[in-house]
Design a protein around this ligand. Structure first.
Ligand code: FE2
Length: 374
């Protein structure tokens, strides 16, 4: 079995407007106050900002959670007429906005919409005592959007209307930054979505996997990773593929009622420590069989972590020609089998874990079967 994925850069990416990286990821959730408690208590995020009725925003409440460079915003509507409520009714809790920090929001919006993106919000200025932020929003797959956040004239910690909060509860567990955000799209929509990122953002095809790479005895998917010029933004796009039984992507699309964010991968300072803490805190992870570790050394070569420690925590390893990476996936964090998190630590490796797909997807299938969705 081939265990290292070849990183094939088919085209050279060239950002069509200046991108600084991921700004934040906003979730629409049914109860942001309680969801925030989960991310604080289970994953060590600190509540650092809040906006809602107390800060002059009448129609919603948003909680800003931070750790390292990761910023999550959890937003809930205050009444059923709010379109946020429609989003939650249809999709359950999920990611609405993968917001991108750009140099110039007006330029980004103009170029993206000229090149085929559907505009959701034209550039708007938001101001407070710290200055002005300009935000514009375009649609991507499903009901997911990308906001362009321009903050060169803003000195505040996050965005206007957010009041700072001190968090005595959360203890950071070494999460550093977002490595990639994965979108699941419907049958035969992957190429269109990849072309959208190429045409509208100037991203390139970073690596592709066909259904032979990503299949088990029963189910399959196809995946292509697009990335921006400096590779700080990486968006793998998955679509279902034919198998004997139902693809996990098809299960997602059915329960999310369309395309949406499947998982967010976060880089850890020390994945062994982060996962041990999250396990103690009650985070539920996918389980691969113990036999996965029996021939791990032969598959991935020398690694500095002890195989016994990895086995104990059920952390997976994959290698490529540049090094290796450690990874683990949570189970879905909602009752619908939709969004989950991945935690990774790269030790040179640039892979997305191709060598682990089979073991991992067999684990996902066991859960799918238990839900009656295989
Ligand atoms: Fe991933």
């Amino acid at each position: 079995m081939e265990t290292s994925e070849q990183l094939r850069e088919v085209e050279q990416a060239q950002d069509l407007f200046k991108i600084h990286g991921t700004h934040h990821i906003e979730f629409y959730v049914g109860n942001a106050k309680q969801a925030a408690y989960f991310y604080r208590r289970a994953m060590g995020f600190a509540l650092t900002g809040y906006c809602g009725p107390e800060t002059g925003v009448r129609d919603r409440a948003s909680y800003l959670l931070e750790q390292g460079k990761v910023r999550l915003v959890l937003t809930t509507p205050m009444n059923p007429e709010n379109p946020i409520a429609d989003h939650i009714y249809k999709h359950g809790d999920g990611v609405r906005d993968i917001a991108i920090h750009v140099e110039d929001a007006e330029e980004a919006y103009r170029i993206a919409t000229e090149r085929g993106a559907r505009g959701v919000m034209e550039p708007v200025e938001f101001s407070d005592a710290n200055g002005t932020v300009k935000i514009a929003t375009v649609a991507t797959y499903g009901d997911t959007v990308h906001s362009f956040v321009e903050r060169r004239n803003y000195n505040g910690a996050f965005l206007p209307n957010f009041a700072p909060r001190q968090d005595a509860l959360a203890a950071p567990i070494g999460l550093k930054h977002v490595d990639h955000v994965v979108g699941n799209v419907d049958w035969n929509k992957m190429e269109d979505t990849v072309n959208f990122y190429k045409n509208v953002f100037g991203f390139s095809r970073f690596v592709s996997f066909d259904d032979k790479d990503i299949s088990t005895e029963y189910s399959a998917l196809r995946s292509t990773v697009v990335a921006n010029e400096n590779k700080w933004i990486k968006f793998p796009i998955n679509e279902p593929a034919e198998g004997l039984k139902k693809s996990q992507i098809e299960e997602y699309v059915k329960f999310y009622q369309g395309a949406g964010v499947q998982h967010i991968a976060i880089e850890c300072q020390d994945i062994l420590q982060s996962i041990a803490t999250m396990r103690d805190n009650g985070v539920d992870f996918m389980v691969v069989p113990g036999s996965y570790y029996d021939d791990l050394q032969e598959r991935v070569g020398d690694i500095q972590e002890s195989i016994e420690d990895l086995r104990k925590l059920n952390i997976l390893v994959d290698s490529d020609d540049k090094g290796y990476m450690l990874q683990i996936f949570t189970r879905p964090l909602e009752d619908r089998p939709t969004l989950f998190f991945e935690f990774i630590q790269r030790r040179g490796g640039e892979s997305f874990g191709k060598g682990n797909f089979k073991a991992l997807f067999e684990a996902i299938e066991r859960d799918q079967a238990e839900r009656g969705n295989l």
